[in-house]
Design a protein around this ligand. Structure first.
Ligand code: 1GP
Length: 241
């Protein structure tokens, strides 16, 4: 029996880097040495084997753990500490829920390092985001529907990570708390629009793991400030003060 992978269990703050976007050596060093718990590599478009290998090699100059979100098996670069396979729960086209993933496993399943592979149940909630456009996600769902998607992933499918994805827009923290409150075993990842320490703190209170992406490229100083803010919210919750 294979144990559930848990390489992500202690993660509270994560930076997401897109292989298709430029980042200078200085900025990458600052991100990797920021005190974040991990780097997640992934993007919704333009990700190739080459740009993924290149980014991994640059991140590996530092000690920070690094995982890959695998949306296209052609980009399955070996050498990451872990692999996430996203499934979009509210995709209109079932290819993004189960179709692409099944085809990928059919073809490459024998080569996957299963001990370090985890499913990610995405609920995509910003209709303007590339993730929503690519997957054709139905972002107009009610809160109760979003909660139900979380429960289904957590309780029926036992997916270890539920990811509330607002990419590009700061989300509804009340809903994030609600979805998290109904999870029994899955961790709740939240990502989307975090640009200030206050937002990072709020998200840190609502979710298990907070992901910061775009801000790295648009406002590095603000992005770096989110690490401390999330860690602070964790201490607050643990009543360390
Ligand atoms: C994107 O959830 C991440 O997949 C982070 O969102 O880029 O808006 O920070 P942002």
């Amino acid at each position: 029996m294979i144990a559930f992978p848990s390489f992500y269990n202690e993660w509270r703050h994560v930076f997401k880097l897109d292989p298709d976007r430029e980042i200078s050596d200085e900025a990458l060093e600052a991100v990797c040495r920021s005190g974040t718990d991990a780097i997640l590599v992934g993007g919704s478009s333009g990700v190739t084997y080459e740009n993924t290998v290149d980014l991994l090699a640059r991140i590996r100059r530092y000690e920070v753990p690094c995982a890959l979100e695998l949306t296209d098996p052609e980009c399955a670069v070996p050498g990451f500490d872990g692999y996430f396979i996203p499934m979009v729960m509210n995709a209109k086209d079932t290819d993004w829920l189960i179709g692409h993933q099944t085809s990928a496993i059919e073809e490459f399943g024998a080569f996957l390092p299963w001990d370090s592979v985890a499913g990610e149940a995405y609920i995509v909630l910003n209709g303007e985001s590339t993730a929503a456009r690519v997957s054709g996600a139905d972002c107009g769902i009610s809160d109760s529907r979003a909660v139900a998607y979380g429960q289904l992933a957590d309780r029926l499918w036992r997916v270890p990570v539920v990811y509330l994805e607002y990419s590009g827009a700061f989300g509804d923290m009340k809903l994030v708390r609600k979805v998290r409150g109904e999870l029994r075993q899955a961790r709740l990842f939240y990502g989307g629009g975090i640009r200030t320490s206050e937002q990072a703190r709020e998200a840190g209170r609502a979710a298990d793991t907070v992901i910061v992406g775009n801000a790295i490229y648009d406002d590095l100083a603000a992005a770096l400030g989110t690490v401390e803010a999330v860690k602070f919210s964790v201490k607050e919750q643990d009543h360390v003060f």
